[in-house]
Design a protein around this ligand. Sequence first.
Ligand code: FES
Ligand SMILES: [Fe+2]
Length: 341
Amino acid sequence: MQQLQDPNSVIQAYYSSLEPFWHPVMPSDELSTGPVGVELLGRALVLARLDEGVAAFDDVCRHLGAALSLGEVVDGCKLRCPYHGWTYDKSGRCVDIPARRGSPIPREARVRSYPVCEMYGLVWVCLDQAAEHEVPALPEFEDAEFHKGPLRTYGPWRASAPRIVMAALDDTHFPWVHPGILGDQAHPEAPDHEVYRSGEYLVSTYDIMQPANDTVSTNGDAGAMEKVTYTNYVTPTSIRLVKESAAGTYAIWQVASPIAHDRSLIFSRMARTFDRDPDHDPEYETLQDTILEQDRPIVESQRPWLLPPLSSRMMLYVRPADLPLVAFQKWLEELSIPQEV
Ligand code: FES
Ligand SMILES: [Fe+2]
């Protein structure tokens, strides 16, 4: 008989386990100076673009707890609270208390600040003081051979980040959720997967027959099937799918931003070596929107929110079809990412 776990402590442990990772919180070009309030792992954060770079603080003033995201950036380098004007520098230290100027500022007058970086057009925050992992790589972004599509934002979805990753890692749902686009119900059989660890990533690769879509293949022929080789690079909250077909290489990078244990934003970028005309981007975006909108109600319906531990057998994986999912979940357990709520 399984022991009942305290849901609140499992959620807190889940948040803590994802703190050493970088998470994207918003597109860089949507943060002019700010401040802007965002949420990450159950925490309210405020972002402000200051002279020295983007600052991320807890969105709670150290004085009486007002939201700093309602305040304003002053002198380009400080963030001022809207309530009584306490003003913080980029490190989160209070440098002005207007109601008692001339007296020393208490040492405790500071808000917690977090490491921030900007990459691939996104603002990333790490809730640990030292990130233990790299930003999920998108090597195609720097590769001149690839035409890059725009950054896309989806959600928030009512789902945990690992559930969203699994929805892209799983291929045997293609004929059922994406018939005519990614699969064919006349061919529900699973491909042979090769799954291995490579540095910071779990990699799953397989060959599959897929409907040849005009928009994703230059030799698209309605109703025809074509061989596609997938190589998926996965972290606990992201996946990069690299699809190789006769047309060329098509990379789809999706990063789930865990707002809470049951809510996630998805940021996505695509890159392709063929059909490089930017005027065709909307066709690829529409196709991706359709695929994600087909996945969304299914993923949002999955319970529990977090994955049930493998040992519980609450989910009945079948081998070899579910091999990549089993490997992903084993890896989460190795990383002590708590499950089951
Ligand atoms: S609550 Fe922020 S200055 Fe008073
Ligand atoms: Fe899907």
